[in-house]
Structure formats: C-alpha cells, structure tokens
Design a protein around this ligand. Structure first.
Ligand code: NAD
Ligand code: TYD
Length: 351
C-alpha cells in the first residue's frame, strides 16, 4: 500500500462519503475506519465498499488511549482525517459534557497518540482535522467568515469544536506536527442522521407529521452537498500546507423557512401530492436556545489555491437527497424506530 490513512467517524454522515471517495479513488491506499458506532454511526452507510481489500473497519472510541496506541503501532499511519465527533447542536444543549468528552478530550487524545507515534519523524505525515464554520459564531445580515475571522463559538457544540481546533493549532505550533484544519458550512445529502433539519423534515413530510421550524424560520444557513465537501477534503489532504486552515462553503444561503418550502414542493412532486400539501405541515415551534442567526462562508482561499468550488446545484442536490431517502426506506425506518422516538419526544414534545 502506498499510504495508510486513519479516518475517524467514518460510519457517520460525512465520514462515510469521505471513506467511499478514498476507497474508490485510491485502490493502493489502505483506509482504516475507526468509529465507536454511537447512535449516529451506521455501518449500513458503507455496505457497498465494506468488503474491499483496501478498507478496514475498527469499532473503537477515540478516547481509548490503549486502542489508539495499538492501532498506530499496527498500521503505522501516514495520515489521519479526523471526523469523529458529537455533531448535533440540540443534543449539545441538552448534554454538553458528552461533547466536551468526545470533541475536546477525544481530539486531544488522538493528537497525543499521533504525536507519540510519529515523533521520530513527522515527514510525510499529516493530521487533518475536520471542523465547522460554527466556531466563528453568528453573522448579522452582512459579511462572511474568512480563515482569519476571530473564533466566537456560542453553543456547547461549536465551543467544543473551537476548542479542538485550538488544540490542533497548538500541536502544529508547539510540536511542529503537520496539521491542517478545514471549517465547513452545513452539509446535506444521503445518509444524514434524521435529527438534522433536512432529513428530519423529509421523514416528517413523508409521514404527514408537523415540520418543526424553530422561531420564525428566519435563521440563515449556507448549504453544501456532502460529496462536494468530500472532494474538498481529498484536495486538501493531498495538497494543503501544514499549519494552514481553509474555509469550505456552498455559496448557497437560505433562510430555514425558504429551504423548507422548497423541500415541501419537491416532496409534493415526488410523492404525487397536490402542490401545497406538504407546506401545510410547517409548524413554528419554540426557538433553539442561543440560536445563531446566520452563517456564511468566504471560500476564496481554497478556490484560488486549488480551484475548488461547489459543483452541485442546490435544487438538484435536494432532489437527489429526497430521492435517496425515499428509495432507502429501510435505512430510515431502522433509525426512526427505537431510541430515535425517545430523542424526538424529548426535543419536540414541549416546544
Ligand atoms: P455524524 O454525527 O453523522 O457522525 C459522527 C461519527 O463519529 C459517527 O459515526 C459516530 O459513531 C462517530 N463517533 C462519535 N463519537 C466517537 C468516538 N468517541 N470515537 C469514535 N467515533 C465516534 O457527524 P457528521 O455530520 O458526519 O460530521 C462529521 C464531522 O464533520 C464532525 O467533526 C463535525 O463537527 C464536522 N462537520 C459537520 C458538518 C455538518 O453539516 N454535518 C459541517 C461541518 C463540519
Ligand atoms: P441543523 O440541521 O441542526 O444544523 P445547525 O444547527 O448545525 O446549523 O439546523 C439547521 C437549521 O435549522 C438551524 O438554524 C436550526 C434549524 N432547525 C429547525 O428549525 N428545526 C429543526 O427541527 C432542526 C433540527 C433545525
């Protein structure tokens, strides 16, 4: 094998798309997926590549120091792409400590074991940390986040991601460990866990259930198709300079209400419902505590350096996403029965 790469969180939404891209594109790399399989991790996301000779899955926790030591020894990784995290803002409001354990201590543990294992020779090694635009805080109606925008996280999730970003930067400056970070806007696409806005709304519309829109639906997010994110990760992993950080975004800002209305219209057409049927399900509910108003990304750095830009038109991407969820009923049904019901009742019953 030319390279052996550790990808953490590869059974999750974005991680599974990154794993698929790398396993297919680089048959001479060994891709090792380390994932704890929390509620968000799902090996069904990877059935098409699970028996490839250049792919290996290890069930494990980034907090497990002994396990990390042993797999770094066994595989002598050339690079790490770190996606494992608790990723949902609403859960971070209910249970912040879980986010500190996984996102902060887990990242510190992984950095530390990588440093120990690589310390004799950092040449040709890379620790790539996947982060979010939410570390920059909330924008007003104007402006964009750039790579030099000051960090101003405002939810326990974004604070934990900001903290992990700082640790990664510290390992670069203090130990000269080669690291890169990218901060991406909201992803959407197949395989996203239905706690996030788009798949949650698709599932509810399909089942004629209310679509919960927080506050007045005026908050703005910048949406990027998940495969475009995976392509950017591939580009940066192979080309970016150690110590650099990059913003990745969709140039695609929508208020939540406008987005949900477009989704309703796509669902009406896919489910052969009369136009206007699904939008009747829109229900305004109590706002999220500390709800960031707007995120928007200036991605000119990655565009100028590597010519990366989003390739999937939003309406087309949403149609593809809806099609995937409607065609993969089993995937969705397995999730929305059981634990998910308890989560849903907890989050939404009293809103
Ligand atoms: P996800 O919640 O779908 O997946 C997270 C994965 O990490 C799951 O497979 C889970 O089992 C695994 N995991 C959690 N804790 C673990 C632990 N202690 N040890 C090992 N594995 C563990 O998340 P996602 O949406 O795919 O996000 C992936 C990464 O990208 C995260 O770091 C997130 O902060 C970042 N990110 C996400 C978005 C987005 O829109 N979803 C945008 C920008 C950045
Ligand atoms: P989400 O998918 O949770 O991503 P993030 O909070 O990381 O941006 O939410 C996207 C937007 O949708 C956010 O402004 C909160 C809002 N939202 C709702 O209005 N209703 C919902 O049920 C959810 C989950 C989110």
């Amino acid at each position: 094998m030319v390279k052996t790469i550790l990808i953490t969180g590869g059974a999750g939404f974005i991680g599974s798309h990154v794993i698929r891209l790398f396993v297919n594109k680089y048959p001479d790399y060994l891709i090792v997926n380390l994932d704890k399989l929390t509620y968000a991790g799902n090996l069904q996301n990877l059935t098409d590549i699970e028996s490839r000779p250049n792919y290996k899955f290890i069930k494990g926790d980034i907090l497990d120091t002994e396990l990390l030591k042993s797999i770094f020894e066994q595989f002598n990784f050339d690079g790490v792409i770190h996606l494992a995290a608790e990723s949902h803002v609403d859960r971070s409001i209910t249970n912040p400590l879980e986010f500190i354990h996984t996102n902060v201590v887990g990242t510190a543990n992984l950095l530390n074991i990588a440093k120990q294992s690589w310390s004799k020779d950092f040449s040709n090694k890379l620790f790539y940390h996947i982060s979010t635009d939410e570390v920059f805080g909330s924008l007003g109606k104007e402006g964009f986040f750039t790579e030099t925008t000051s960090y101003d996280p405002r939810s326990p999730y974004s604070a934990s991601k900001a903290s992990s970003d700082h640790l990664v930067r510290a390992y670069f400056h203090t130990y000269k460990m080669p690291t890169i970070i990218s901060n991406c806007s909201n992803n959407y696409g197949p395989n996203q866990f239905p706690e996030k806005l788009i798949p949650l709304a698709i599932n509810n519309i399909k089942n004629n259930r209310p679509i919960p829109v927080y506050g007045k639906g005026e908050n703005v997010r910048d949406w990027l198709f998940v495969i475009d994110h995976a392509i950017a990760i591939d580009l940066l992993f192979h080309n970016a300079l150690p110590g650099e950080t990059y913003n990745i975004g969709g140039d695609n800002e929508w208020t939540n209400l406008d987005l949900i209305e477009m989704l309703c219209s796509i669902m009406d057409s896919k489910l052969n419902r009369k136009e206007g049927t699904s939008s009747k399900l829109i229900t305004f509910v109590t706002d999220r505590a500390g709800h960031d108003l707007r995120y928007a990304i200036d991605f000119s750095k990655i565009n100028q350096a590597y010519k990366w830009k989003p390739s999937v038109d939003f309406k087309k991407g949403l149609e593809l996403t809806v099609k995937w969820y409607l065609e993969n009923e089993k995937w969705l049904e397995q999730i929305v029965t059981g634990q998910y019901q308890l989560y849903y009742n907890d989050q939404y019953n009293d809103r």
